[in-house]
Design a protein around this ligand. Structure first.
Ligand SMILES: [Zn+2]
Length: 92
């Protein structure tokens, strides 16, 4: 996955793919910086792991955008469920 820009719910966000774990927070494969609209991903994982982590961090971004409060467990469940839907769709 490459660094770049994209939109989440109409807001401009940046995706930064890092080669080392530096700057990543509690989520081991990624981090959502809601103050600066940046999602960081760890590059040294599989493509599927990167896509799943991007989905996870984008869900965190939606928490901030829509001012909703999800637990980490809820975010992980949504990540897993949505990833299975979209990954299946992409492979059929
Ligand atoms: Zn998380």
């Amino acid at each position: 996955m490459k660094s770049g820009s994209f939109k989440i719910a109409g807001q401009s966000w940046k995706l930064k793919v890092l080669k080392k774990h530096a700057k990543l927070g509690d989520d081991s494969f990624g981090y959502c910086d809601s103050d600066n609209n940046i999602i960081y991903l760890h590059a040294e994982t599989t493509n599927d792991q990167q896509k799943s982590t991007l989905l996870h961090e984008a869900i965190h971004a939606l928490e901030y955008i829509y001012d909703i409060d999800l637990t980490e467990h809820q975010v992980k469940c949504l990540e897993s469920g949505l990833f299975s839907i979209f990954n299946f769709r992409l492979r059929t």
